[in-house]
Design a protein around this ligand. Structure first.
Ligand SMILES: Nc1ncnc2c1ncn2[C@@H]1O[C@H](COP(=O)(O)OP(=O)(O)OP(=O)(O)O)[C@@H](O)[C@H]1O
Ligand SMILES: [Mg+2]
Length: 473
């Protein structure tokens, strides 16, 4: 007897449908899996054998051939356990084939027949919908994640017996119901805020400008001066995520298996801070069975390389390669801002101010902050502190409101329209929005300073350049 079960596998960050064909013939008892199964798929045989026996089904002592089509793509992971088990049950007529034709099935099996969660449930649900199938049956734990996909029924099974009853039409499975809009609204709230950082007005302004222009950033400062703290808050001043961005990012996290169980959506911009001992493969991902690396996981958010000089040279080099080429191969499109931090080579006391651009504002470091440092009114501290909640910075850096030249002005939302001491000109930065030099002007178009200056003048705000790692100026 021959049975066909629809399933799916992940490639890059997308999924494709796989037909699991099971043939059972008379002959010496064997169990062969073909169609380029890799380690975990091959091992699945043992799990399937035990799960069937422990659920009370009969495992046929015959010649079993399982083919995973298309046969020329390598298949990895444990998610084929369930379709293989179901295929054997259908081929031996222990379950009815009727419902089977309209659903896709995937999941890992435990020896006692329990169905365990798998990676990549979200892209699989998208592929099932695209293929026009009626439903997707997957491990119950994956329901929240796959349930965000509408247009296909997403059903969760806890064990093999439950699934068999469903296929026989004797029982129904739990169906996912996720209100995506409500969920998205709830999840976008940030858990940290820019306002929590005291002082550091210059650093904050620099981050605001970087956020407006999609620039990468390097922070240099003594230990304890808040570099990590500031970096952690960069995602909160980037534009709010759109639903598409959230889904795209969730797909990457789902495939990498880093989406926490029960989590449906990555609706906050990711902040990834890999340790400096990371390998180049860990950073950019890849491998013969491509897996997302930290760069991809930071997609739409921030990749933060803390203690930058500690990273191995070859690891940093790979970041300079054109991301587009990589992205095309992996069919992923990582777009992240790069934040980096380093301590000065010498402690600030001995540096004579050369290596360390010492902040003029308060809060130079833990030691110096103590007394009058942090939050000193009038010097960019408390007086302006009210102007630095993430929401306000975000509005200034990306907001649509056009504000004329009266500075500073407090908008209706209670946010200062601009930061008087830190206007582009006061900052003395290299970009002059009034420059007559055309080439210079062209170069600076879309930069954070040019955009902020345009907004402050009430001119149309130029489009930001796409953020990105690997883009050198
Ligand atoms: N400007 C600040 N406002 C409020 N708290 C701060 C500030 N700077 C530092 N802190 C406090 O000090 C702690 C250490 O700061 P953080 O780890 O960000 O410093 P760092 O510059 O990254 O230091 P290191 O070079 O040692 O990594 C923070 O968790 C925070 O509690
Ligand atoms: Mg740090």
């Amino acid at each position: 007897m021959l049975a066909r079960v629809r399933s799916a596998a992940v490639f890059g960050i997308d999924a494709y449908l796989v037909d699991v064909e099971t043939d059972i013939a008379n002959g010496i008892p064997t169990f062969a899996t073909v169609g380029l199964p890799q380690g975990a798929v091959k091992e699945g045989r043992e799990r399937v054998y035990a799960a069937l026996a422990n659920t009370g089904f009969t495992f046929p002592l015959k010649r079993i051939t399982v083919n995973l089509a298309p046969a020329d793509i390598r298949k990895d992971g444990s998610a084929f356990d369930l379709p293989i088990a179901v295929g054997i049950l259908a081929a031996t007529e222990q379950i009815s084939p009727e419902r089977l034709g309209r659903v896709a099935v995937l999941g890992e099996l435990g020896l006692e027949g329990a169905i365990r969660p798998v990676r990549g449930a979200l892209p699989v649900a998208l592929a099932t919908r695209a293929a026009g199938l009626e439903a997707l049956v997957l491990p119950r734990e994956n329901l929240p994640e796959a349930g965000v996909v509408s247009g296909v029924r997403v059903l969760g099974a806890g064990n093999l017996a439950e699934l068999a009853d469903f296929l026989d039409g004797k029982a129904e499975l739990t169906e996912a119901s996720v209100d995506l809009t409500a969920l998205f609204a709830e999840r976008t709230r940030d858990d940290v805020d820019f306002a929590e950082v005291k002082g550091q007005a210059h650093a904050k302004r620099a981050l605001e400008v970087a956020a407006a222009g999609g620039h990468n950033i390097l922070m240099i400062g003594p230990p304890g001066s808040g570099k990590t703290m500031l970096a952690r808050r960069i995602p909160t001043i980037l534009p709010k995520m759109s639903l598409e961005e959230a889904l795209e990012t969730t797909k990457i996290h789902s495939v990498a298996g880093v989406l926490p169980l029960g989590e449906s959506l990555v609706a906050r911009r990711p902040f990834r801070a890999p340790h400096h001992t990371i390998s180049d493969a860990g950073l950019i991902g890849g491998g013969s069975y491509p897996r997302p690396g930290e760069v991809s996981l930071a997609h739409s958010g921030v990749l933060f390389l803390d203690e930058l000089p500690e990273f191995r040279k070859n690891v940093l080099e790979v970041l300079r390669q054109p991301m587009e080429e990589r992205a095309a191969r992996r069919r992923a499109l990582p777009r992240a801002r790069l934040g980096t931090a380093a301590r000065p080579d010498r402690p600030p006391s001995g540096s004579a101010g050369r290596e360390v651009p010492r902040p003029r504002g308060p809060g130079r470091g833990r030691a110096e902050r103590g007394g009058t440092g942090a939050g000193r009114p009038g010097a960019g501290g408390a007086a302006r502190a009210v102007h630095h909640p993430s929401g306000c910075v975000r509005q200034r850096a990306h907001g649509r409101a056009r504000h004329p030249h009266v500075l500073p002005r407090v908008g209706r939302s209670g946010c200062a329209v601009t930061d008087r001491d830190h206007t582009p000109r006061a900052l003395g930065a290299g970009v002059s929005p009034h420059s007559q030099d055309r080439a210079h002007h062209r170069r600076s178009r879309g930069s954070g300073l040019a955009r902020i200056a345009a907004r402050e003048r009430g001119d149309p705000v130029p489009q930001p350049r796409p953020p990105g790692i690997g883009v050198r100026e």
